[in-house]
Design a protein around this ligand. Structure first.
Ligand SMILES: Cc1cc2nc3c(=O)[nH]c(=O)nc-3n(C[C@H](O)[C@H](O)[C@H](O)COP(=O)(O)OP(=O)(O)OC[C@H]3O[C@@H](n4cnc5c(N)ncnc54)[C@H](O)[C@@H]3O)c2cc1C
Length: 334
């Protein structure tokens, strides 16, 4: 056993996992968060970073990406370990020096822990892609599936592929930042908000409907995109540096369904009032959890409350003589 042992390992760095990490820190638990994506924030970061949220206590309104930034900032008080781009695939029980631990296996490593908080939301996200020549070859060299950082787009010629909110929002966001933007969509109707589309139509961004991507070409990096109309007999070559595929994401609980957890259905894990699952030392909170016999309430604020309960309950599991009630944060050693 070469890996450091943590008290609590949190699966998923969405709002629930982030607040869970803060609360576990408040209870002095040595905490690790494992996230499949390269960034924290879960659905807020992937599906609606630029959307306003109005139902988070203390914030009359807050943009999703700003809330994520503040949640990450809040965790830093206790300096949890973040592990990105690892997806937890399996769990096993191991005995080491007479103590029982959980071992989480990811695509890259294994992680030892006394307790687990599953805050995996609607599952691990994978971006939709296109089976088009050049896409995998130029991945990271001009082909992007989502935007983590606008800097690589500065003064570039960008082709955005997609017709939903993400495609339209990024076209607007990158306008005047990139030198040139073309947006192609395989249908005539966009699935984006009408107000965003109206804003887009006011810009110089070229919008080509009924066009599809056929190939991405270049030498070391992307230099061209070949597109064709699915309505007319028309092919075009666009000189671009970047192809951004904004085609949505698939989310799947995948391997989690086989961990021996008591499931409410294919998307939810049954928990009791303390967020305990049927497995010892494993808690679930947020979108993935259903209090047995009740209905899921998939909201950020529900996840926050459940994460606090789960972190306190995990503390009593790890330290059986401790109290569930943590005391008030102002009285704790911060
Ligand atoms: C368009 C839209 C608008 C919304 N607006 C609001 C709103 O205004 N107010 C509100 O309260 N709620 C809103 N919601 C709901 C809210 O986003 C969710 O309730 C919230 O994101 C749930 O947080 P979570 O942390 O439980 O899960 P998620 O946000 O889904 O995060 C889960 C994380 O776990 C990771 N993960 C999953 N499986 C694994 C694995 N095996 N290994 C490692 N990592 C894994 C995922 O990559 C993800 O990052 C909205 C949802 C959508 C789609």
């Amino acid at each position: 056993m070469s890996n450091e042992i943590y008290d609590l390992t949190i699966i998923g760095a969405g709002p629930t996992g982030l607040f869970g990490a803060f609360y576990a820190g408040l209870r002095s638990l040595k905490t690790k968060i494992i996230e499949a994506l390269p960034e924290p924030g879960g659905q807020l970061a992937v599906l609606y970073p630029e959307k306003m949220i109005y139902d988070v206590p203390g914030f009359p309104q807050v943009m999703a990406k700003d809330l994520v930034r503040e949640l990450v900032e809040q965790t830093k008080r206790f300096d949890p370990t973040y592990v990105f781009e690892e997806s937890v695939n399996s769990l096993r029980r191991e005995i080491y020096e007479g103590e029982e631990y959980w071992v989480l296996n990811t695509n890259n490593d294994e992680h030892w822990t006394k307790a687990i908080l599953i805050s995996a939301g609607i599952g691990a996200f994978t971006p939709n892609t296109l089976p088009v020549p050049g896409i995998s070859e130029f991945d990271g060299r001009g082909v992007f599936h989502f935007v983590q950082d606008r800097r690589p787009f500065r003064h570039r010629k960008v082709l955005i592929v997609g017709g939903g909110d993400t495609a339209v929002d990024w076209a607007l966001n990158l306008n005047h930042w990139a030198d040139e933007i073309t947006l192609i969509h395989r249908r005539s109707g966009f699935r984006a908000h009408e107000s965003s589309l109206a804003e887009l139509r006011e810009t110089d961004i070229e919008m080509l409907t009924h066009f599809e991507l056929d190939a991405v070409e270049g030498k070391d990096n992307v230099e061209r995109a070949l597109i064709s109309s699915n309505k007319e007999d028309e092919k075009r070559t666009l000189n671009v540096d970047i192809v951004l595929l904004s085609l949505g994401f698939k989310a799947s609980l995948g391997p989690m369904l086989d961990w021996g957890l008591d499931l409410a259905d294919q998307r939810h894990i049954n928990v009791n009032g303390l967020m305990q699952t049927n497995l010892p030392g494993i808690y679930a909170a947020g979108d993935i959890a259903t209090v047995k016999g009740s209905e899921p309430l998939s909201l950020i604020v529900t996840g926050f409350g459940q994460a606090a309960i789960a972190a306190n309950a995990a503390h009593t599991y790890i330290n059986p003589d401790s109290k569930l009630f943590p005391g008030h944060s102002s009285e704790l050693r911060l």
